[in-house]
Design a protein around this ligand. Structure first.
Ligand code: AMP
Length: 214
């Protein structure tokens, strides 16, 4: 199964991707996680990406496409994957189409997570992440047992640099102007399933399952 999740920052893509990982036993490929890992390890890629990320802008398409070209060649991608946060521009989608056709792969479905900006702003400012195991919490909707520590690995939780009100607004603007046009792009391929993500995590999960089976 080859899936792509499109949705605004904080729309719950990462959370739902993790459920799909265990349902289909395929890897989640999150460009955001890959970039943050590079920033944390101060790699060349991380150094190039850092400022774009901190300001809420997109990292240039050429950097992302090169990173994804290598990632999709991984042995773990042979049976499928869940693309989370990539592509984010039409140029990236066109680049992905070229990569997929070279690999003889085809996306099965594009899941569009639909949620209003007001809900996003509330969710993101209460988001806390673990930079050890990448688990994500929400202090209101899905709180950790101890508000400063990860339930799974005990690491300290942190508020991402880009989860501050000014950068959240910028990331939403970027989503509307650069990423939303992808919905039309994939609608033309007839593979879009739209999910109303203003419900609870469990309801969204069930809706995705229903729509993938229909
Ligand atoms: P995310 O964790 O998916 O919200 O991504 C965090 C940040 O990483 C974004 O605000 C961008 O700066 C950068 N980023 C992640 N994925 C991409 C992508 N496909 N294209 C460009 N920039 C990206």
């Amino acid at each position: 199964m080859k899936l792509l999740l499109i949705g605004p920052p904080g729309g719950g893509k990462g959370t739902q991707a993790k459920f799909l990982v265990s349902d289909f036993n395929i890897p989640q490929i999150s460009t955001g996680d890959m970039l943050r890992e590079n920033v944390q390890n101060s790699t060349d890629l991380g150094t190039q990406a850092k400022e774009f990320m901190q300001s809420g802008n997109l990292v240039p398409d050429s950097i992302i496409l090169e990173m994804m070209k290598n990632r999709l060649l991984g042995q773990d991608c042979l049976n499928g994957y869940i693309l989370d946060g990539f592509p984010r521009t039409i140029t990236q989608a066109e680049g992905l189409d070229i990569l997929l056709s070279k690999m003889n792969h085809k996306l099965n479905f594009v899941i569009v997570i639909d949620v209003k900006d007001e809900i996003i702003i509330k969710r993101l400012s209460n988001r806390r992440s673990c930079n050890n195991c990448n688990r994500v919490y929400n202090l209101i909707f899905d709180p950790p047992l101890d508000k400063e520590k990860c339930n799974d690995c005990g690491n300290n939780l942190f508020l991402r640099d880009d989860d501050n009100p000014k950068t959240i607004q910028k990331r939403l603007d970027v989503f509307h102007s650069q990423t939303k046009p992808l919905i039309d792009y994939y609608q033309k391929q007839g593979i879009v399933k739209t999910i109303d993500a203003s419900d609870t995590i469990e309801e969204i999960k069930a809706d995705i399952k229903r729509k993938l089976a229909s």
